[in-house]
Structure formats: structure tokens, C-alpha cells
Write a protein that binds this ligand. Structure first.
Ligand code: GLN
Length: 307
């Protein structure tokens, strides 16, 4: 299989979708991006890279961070304890739906919607205090083998200012739900917002994808995540990773994936491949339009569907 050729073909295929979708507008700091920059990165089983397009462009990881927040929480508390705070079920509502939370008696449906990730951030904050964010950043740097990964402070400011839905949700979680009354929810929001503003490239996301797809081992065979935690992440990515599009994504692409409103999509694959895409214009559910289209294309070409 000529992976180089297929990656280039996938990139060329993506171009016709560049006019579709919109750049996220509820976080002002995310608006100033090149709408035409897009790309994809694939890493084969042996660790070779195949890349096309804006591979080094850096953008905020946004919701993709939720995968790593939950892995840290799994390492800290274990799955059974976490189940008491956050569910494991898919949602038919938007990722920041307050209604979804209320319908579920204020227990977040899963760790990949905002209410779930805010609760996970609370649990990490309870354990590590303000150092929780350092732990998340360190984790992502280690898994992506890139010490230069940092936090976009400008986007942090606008996320904190404009994150009204998250503020509503976190107060609701504290009023009745898993967040205790004695914490300052703004400290928890700070962990969450900073974790969302970690700045990565598509090459970084492909390396993160590689580790998840290889049961927690990186390209040098170093075990960085418990294989069971990698499996849990892949499962949640498949069932909840693209929010209320997850069922369609399972049919259309057939991979685990986690998207973010910064435009990135990190997949988890069978066959030990690392695969990630970027394109800043989003569909109505908050998933990159060109990213989804490129994933549909390459999944079919490489027969990647896990179903
Ligand atoms: N920081 C964003 C938020 O809290 C992340 C959402 C996303 O990428 N879907 O709304």
C-alpha cells in the first residue's frame, strides 16, 4: 500500500470542502486563523510519517484535551471511582448542553462533553491543586514527544471571559451534583480552560493518536499509558468523541476520534496507525468539516473501519 500517495490524494480530496463550515465564534481568541490552512498526518506501524498540508500549524487542542484529562483521572482514581462522578454513555445533545446535564440529574453523561470534563478537572484539582494543569501539559508533552508544546495564553483569556455555557454548567454541577461546595469553581475552570488551550500541531496529534492506537506505547515501544486506559479512551472516542455526530461518524468513518473546536481531530485506529487531521471550519456540531471528509476518504481507501 502506497501510504504516501494515499495521504496526498486525501489532502487533494479535502480541498473541495474548504468553503464549507464556519470558524468557531464563541471563543473570540480562536477567530484569527487561516481558513484555508488544513492538513493530515499519518504514522504507520513502524513509526514512519506521511504528511500533507499545514502540518506544523499550531492551534489549541480544545476538546481533544478531554481524552488526556480522563486518562490522568483514570491513573489517579481508577475507573470504578470515576463512574460515580461521570457516566460512560453517548449523548444526543451538543457538547455544552446544560439541558443534557439537567436531564441526567446533574451527573455528566460522559467525560468528553464539557460537563464531564469540568467534573474530571474538578477531581484533578481536588487531588493536585493548581498543579493539575502542569500534570496535563506534561502528559501531552510526553505522549507527543514534544517539550515545546505550550499554552496559548491569549486564547485562555478569551475562553475564561466568554465561556458562559461552562460557567453555567459548573455552577449547576456545584449546586447539585459532583462538585463539592467548598471549592472555588473558577479555580476548576482555570484548569479546564488552560487544558483546552494547550497548543499542538497535527503532527503532535498524530503522535498522540499513535500511542492510543498502540495500547499506550510510543514509536520507540515505551509504555506511556496503561493498555487498559488506552482501550477505555479508544472506546469512549468511538462512542462519544465527536459528540452527537458519534453514531454517524461510526458509520461514515468507523474509527475512534476526538475532535476539538480548534479544528483538530485525533483518531484512534486499529492496526496501530496514528492519524490526525486539521481544518478550522466546523460543522454545526463543532467538528472540522474538511477533517471529517478527509477521514471518510482515507478510511475507505485504507479499509480502516473497525466495524
Ligand atoms: N474550550 C471549549 C469549550 O469549553 C472546548 C469545546 C470543544 O472543543 N468542543 O467550549
Amino acid at each position: 500500500m502506497d501510504l504516501e500517495k494515499i495521504v496526498q490524494e486525501t489532502y487533494a480530496y479535502g480541498e473541495k470542502y474548504l468553503d464549507q463550515g464556519n470558524i468557531v465564534d464563541y471563543i473570540p481568541g480562536l477567530k484569527d486563523v487561516d481558513p484555508k490552512a488544513y492538513g493530515l498526518a499519518l504514522i504507520d506501524e513502524d513509526g514512519n510519517f506521511y504528511e500533507a498540508g499545514a502540518i506544523d500549524t499550531r492551534y489549541t487542542i480544545m476538546s481533544i484535551t478531554k481524552v488526556f484529562l480522563y486518562i490522568l483521572a483514570l491513573e489517579t482514581y481508577g475507573l470504578e471511582e470515576l463512574r460515580k462522578y461521570v457516566g460512560l454513555k453517548p449523548s444526543s445533545k451538543a457538547f455544552n448542553s446544560l439541558l443534557d446535564l439537567q436531564l441526567e440529574d446533574n451527573i455528566p453523561v460522559n467525560p468528553y462533553v464539557n460537563a464531564g470534563a469540568l467534573t474530571v478537572s474538578y477531581l484533578l484539582y481536588k487531588k493536585y491543586g493548581a498543579k493539575a494543569i502542569d500534570k496535563v501539559l506534561e502528559k501531552i508533552r510526553t505522549l507527543a514527544e514534544n517539550e515545546e508544546i505550550d499554552i496559548d495564553e491569549e486564547v485562555v483569556i478569551t475562553s475564561e471571559h466568554a465561556g458562559y455555557a461552562n460557567k453555567a454548567m459548573i455552577f449547576s454541577l456545584q449546586n447539585k451534583g459532583p462538585i463539592s461546595k467548598d471549592v472555588d469553581v473558577f479555580d476548576v475552570l482555570s484548569v479546564y480552560n488552560r487544558a483546552c488551550c494547550i497548543r499542538v500541531s497535527t503532527r503532535d496529534l498524530a503522535k498522540l493518536s499513535f500511542v492510543l492506537s498502540n495500547d499506550g506505547k510510543n514509536r520507540n515501544g515505551v509504555q506511556l499509558i496503561d493498555p487498559d486506559h488506552a482501550r477505555i479512551s479508544r472506546t469512549l472516542m468511538a462512542t462519544c468523541g465527536t459528540y452527537d455526530y458519534s453514531g454517524d461518524f461510526a458509520v461514515d468513518v468507523g474509527l475512534g476520534a476526538k475532535s476539538g473546536v480548534g479544528g483538530g481531530i485525533m483518531t484512534s485506529t486499529k492496526a496501530g496507525l496514528g492519524l490526525a487531521t486539521y481544518g478550522p471550519k466546523l460543522d454545526s456540531r463543532g467538528n472540522s468539516v474538511v477533517g471529517i471528509e478527509m477521514l471518510k476518504y482515507i478510511s475507505e481507501k485504507l479499509n480502516l473501519s473497525i466495524y
